[in-house]
Structure formats: structure tokens, C-alpha cells
Write a protein that binds this ligand. Structure first.
Ligand SMILES: [Zn+2]
Length: 298
């Protein structure tokens, strides 16, 4: 069986060749990762989680190079049914807190002949823990108001908690309304162009997810929620709030969802910051990072 060069799955490195190896191994062990295409999407992650349900107390959707999931998956397919027994035995021993694993293990004849699990398909709205700092937004900073104003000016004189229209005539010339793939948005022209490129990539990598994307808006001249001093980056039309299957994961939530987690690395590759790692988490929020913003001209 092949060696992996990097991790595969949720938060994984997901090199195409490694994803292909994992997909082949998942399929050989009776799971359904979707097409063997080297792309780590919802079905592949769902199949990894399903495979881990008999291996790990807490399936995490990630196959690490030297970890138990790959050690198990990369064994010859003939051992699939027989290796179910120790996993069940360990779980039984752990849940009862007494007795040896061996004495409680079901005999091999009791184990089903075929792999007993079918892959549990994950939904894009399934909850996942907030990402750790360092797993996303690497090298990407949220721009300060000072930096944005220096670059683009101020959209209007004053801000409240409510959306108000921009009044700065020079700034208004930069605002466009256009189709970016899954929906139409109104925002700053270069940010909207970047979004269109992002959604093109989403459509290529996760075509099914692309059809489930919605938005709660981009341009909105207001302050940051709960602040009377900080202007939201929505005021310049350089931020967007994303819905997955109609769901908007609320600000301050202690979770994200699978759809947002799959979008994040794509937004990051295009220089956008994901609000899930703000000190007040805002998982539905993505905004142009400081370095991307520095390429915009008023
Ligand atoms: Zn937002």
C-alpha cells in the first residue's frame, strides 16, 4: 500500500496524489468516498469519518501520515471484517471501565462477514469545532480601519449599527453589482472580481457545494456589531457573509459547519480572511485581507 506524503481530510494538506490513495483505500474497505478524483470534498471526508467510527473515540475526519486511520486503511482489504473485533472490544472495555478487552471481545464468528458500516454522508450544515489559529488564515491579517481608509477613503460621514448607503461620490464609483456565480452581490469592484474567481474555484473543487451557497450580503455601511467606533469592512464592500444551504452560522457561535470549513482554504488562497478566528468568532464572515487590500486602488 502507498505511503502518504501529507495528511488527508479535514484541515489536511490534501495533496492530490495522497487524496487519491486515501479514496482508493476507503473504497477498498467498503466505504463510499465518491469519485476517485484526488479532490477532498464532502463525500471523502464523510467516508473518512465513517471509517474512523470503528477506530477512534472521536472521529476527526483527518487521515494523518503515521496515524491509526491510515495504518488501518492501508492494510490489505481481506482483513477488513476481522479487524472490526478489536475496535469493538476496546470500545466495550472503555465504556464499562472494567474487564479485559479480550474477555469481552465478540468472537470472530459473531462479527459480520461484510464491512458493517456504510459511509455516513456528512451534510454541509453539520457542525464542526471552531478552527484553531494556525490551521486557517495563515499569513493573512484582517485590515485595520486606518489601513482601509488610507487606501479607499471613507464611504460616508457617519456610521451606526444599521446599513446605510455610501455618500462619498468618488467611493461610489468603485461599487458594482454583479453575478459572481452562485448569486449577485454589491461590493467594491476588485473585491467582487476576487469573489468571482473564488467561486469559480469552489465550482471546480466542490461543484455540489457551489450550488448550496447563498449570502447575507456584502456592502453595508455600518459599524462593527456592538461597537460605536470600529467600522465594519462591509462598509467598503470588501467583506461577505456566507450562507450554506440557507444557514447562517451566527456570530459568537462556538462552531463552524462543513461547508464553511471547505470554503475557508479557497478564500485564504485568494487572500481573504475568515472571521472564524476573530476574538469574537464570526464564522459566516469572510473579508479581504490586509495584503489583498493593499493591491486595491481608489
Ligand atoms: Zn460579515
Amino acid at each position: 500500500m502507498a505511503q502518504l506524503q501529507g495528511s488527508v481530510g479535514l484541515h489536511g494538506l490534501n495533496r492530490k496524489v495522497d487524496v487519491t490513495h486515501v479514496q482508493e483505500a476507503l473504497r477498498a474497505s467498503g466505504h463510499s468516498p465518491g469519485p476517485i478524483d484526488g479532490l477532498c470534498g464532502r463525500r471523502t471526508i464523510g467516508a473518512i469519518v465513517a471509517a474512523q467510527q470503528r477506530l477512534l473515540a472521536r472521529p476527526d475526519g483527518l487521515v494523518e501520515v503515521l496515524g491509526p486511520t491510515w495504518r488501518s486503511l492501508s492494510r490489505p482489504a481481506a482483513t477488513v471484517a476481522s479487524r472490526a473485533a478489536p475496535a469493538i472490544a476496546n470500545r466495550t472495555a472503555a465504556s464499562h471501565g472494567a474487564g479485559s478487552a479480550a474477555s469481552q471481545a465478540p468472537s470472530a464468528s459473531q462479527a459480520p462477514a461484510a464491512p458493517p458500516t456504510s459511509s455516513r454522508g456528512l451534510r454541509y450544515t453539520d457542525h464542526l469545532p471552531l478552527p484553531t489559529r494556525g490551521s486557517v488564515n495563515v499569513g493573512i491579517r484582517s485590515p485595520s480601519n486606518h489601513a482601509v481608509i488610507a487606501r479607499l477613503g471613507t464611504p460616508r460621514e457617519s456610521f451606526t449599527q444599521d446599513c446605510q448607503p455610501p455618500t462619498n461620490q468618488a467611493f461610489k464609483k468603485l461599487v458594482v453589482t454583479t453575478d459572481v456565480g452562485p448569486f449577485r452581490v454589491t461590493g467594491l469592484r476588485p473585491a467582487v472580481e476576487s469573489l468571482a474567481a473564488i467561486f469559480l474555484e469552489v465550482r471546480r473543487l466542490h461543484p455540489d457545494l457551489h450550488t448550496r451557497l447563498g449570502t447575507a450580503g456584502m456592502m453595508c455601511c455600518r459599524n462593527v456589531r456592538g461597537s460605536s467606533r470600529s467600522i465594519s469592512n462591509h462598509a467598503w464592500g470588501t467583506a461577505i457573509d456566507m450562507k450554506i444551504d440557507g444557514e447562517l452560522v451566527p456570530r459568537k457561535a462556538r462552531h463552524v459547519n462543513l461547508g464553511l470549513q471547505l470554503l475557508a482554504p479557497i478564500f485564504n488562497r485568494h487572500g481573504w480572511y475568515w472571521g472564524a478566528t476573530f476574538s469574537t468568532p464570526d464564522p459566516h464572515h469572510f473579508e479581504c485581507g490586509a495584503d489583498l487590500l493593499a493591491t486595491f486602488h481608489a
